[in-house]
Write a protein that binds this ligand. Structure first.
Ligand code: ADP
Ligand code: MG
Length: 322
């Protein structure tokens, strides 16, 4: 168990008697009455940790909200309100104007009101809290997967982490390729429409923020099941396909993170319904594997090659204290 989740489990997971769903999912759920739940999540971006210090402020504004919207998508919640805590080293009006442009453009696109927050001096650090709404019993949670379910993922995987690998000199990309990958890193597109269309269709969901293996692993742990994923079925962009034999690209694909795609499970009888939901949301989805019973209670995620043979374990996702 990565150290980050050990800490959360040991010190930040307490009884929450006034809460429908507490720590451990993409958002908490609170009963708002009249058959409505509020979905609440918070995500922090720290300079030098989650983004390069020279990051374009407008893109950063976009991303600070996008990563939170992605958690709403994973819960099938409609995002409504956001608060923002921001620490910055100096009062740089140009920087803040750019940041705010990026943040508010995405907020308007998704009908989110910025309703409060806190602003202070300090190392650049942005923490956004998001609140959304979902009808009771329609929220998608990490703990709903059942053995026999198909596993699906939206979009393509690995491109954002490929940009990080290039910037940290683990892989060499041509300038035009880096620009393309960087776009995925800087401007994630939260899959809100898909999350909403999957209400009543999918059985469990998570957004892929820490890498497919790690995040699908969270579904497995919470649902007490295991998963088999076919490497050859994973949706790759043309760029990632070009580099797929390079170890850094494979690591980006399976464990890189920053994809902000949805990984979800659904019963096989729902295949047509999943395709219909994807078409309605104008979002590509790919069936990548199957949920199985956890062998001897081990909630593992196994990746198999074209011959059905398990791959050697790869680094499993991002752990802030690993
Ligand atoms: P996500 O990647 O979806 O944002 P995380 O992996 O960051 O989720 O967190 C896992 C769970 O732990 C979430 O339910 C989150 O709300 C909770 N969590 C993380 N840090 C804390 C904290 N400091 N206090 C309380 N809950 C936390
Ligand atoms: Mg999440």
């Amino acid at each position: 168990m990565p150290a980050e989740f050990d800490l959360i489990r040991s010190y930040f997971t307490h009884a929450a008697p006034r809460t429908v769903l507490g720590v451990g999912d993409d958002a908490a759920l609170i009963d708002a009455g009249k058959g409505r739940l509020l979905a609440v999540a918070a995500d922090m971006l720290v300079a030098g940790r989650h983004f390069f210090r020279d990051a374009d402020p407008e893109s950063l504004g976009h991303k600070a909200l996008a990563v939170n919207l992605s958690d709403m998508a994973a819960m099938a919640a409609t995002p409504r309100w956001a608060t923002m805590g921001i620490a910055m080293p100096r009062a740089d009006a140009r920087w803040v104007a750019g940041f705010s442009r990026g943040f508010m453009a995405l907020a308007r696109k998704h009908g989110v009101d910025l309703i409060g927050g806190d602003t202070t001096r300090g190392p650049l650090n942005i923490c956004v809290q998001i609140i959304g709404e979902v009808p009771a019993r329609q929220a998608l949670r990490r703990d709903g997967a059942k053995a026999g379910d198909d596993i699906w993922v939206s979009g393509t995987l690995g491109d954002a982490a490929l940009a990080v690998a290039a910037r940290t000199k683990r892989i060499r990309l041509k300038p035009a390729e880096l620009k393309q990958a960087q776009q995925r890193l800087d401007r994630p597109q939260p899959r809100i429409a898909l999350g909403l269309a999957l209400r009543g269709v999918a059985r469990s969901a998570i957004d892929v923020s820490d890498g497919l293996l790690a995040d699908l692993g969270h579904i497995c742990e919470r649902s007490k099941v295991a998963a088999v994923v076919a490497l050859e079925r994973l949706p790759l962009s043309p760029l990632l396909r070009r580099y797929r034999s390079v170890p850094a690209a494979q690591a980006a694909l399976l464990g890189g993170g920053d994809d902000y795609e949805l990984c979800f499970t659904a019963a096989p009888v729902k295949r047509a319904a999943v395709e219909h939901a994807a078409a309605k949301a104008r979002t590509r989805v790919t069936r990548i594997g199957r949920v199985i019973r956890a062998p001897a209670g081990v909630c593992s995620v196994v990746v198999v090659d074209g011959d059905g043979l398990p791959l050697a374990p790869v680094r499993r996702g991002f752990d802030h204290f690993g």
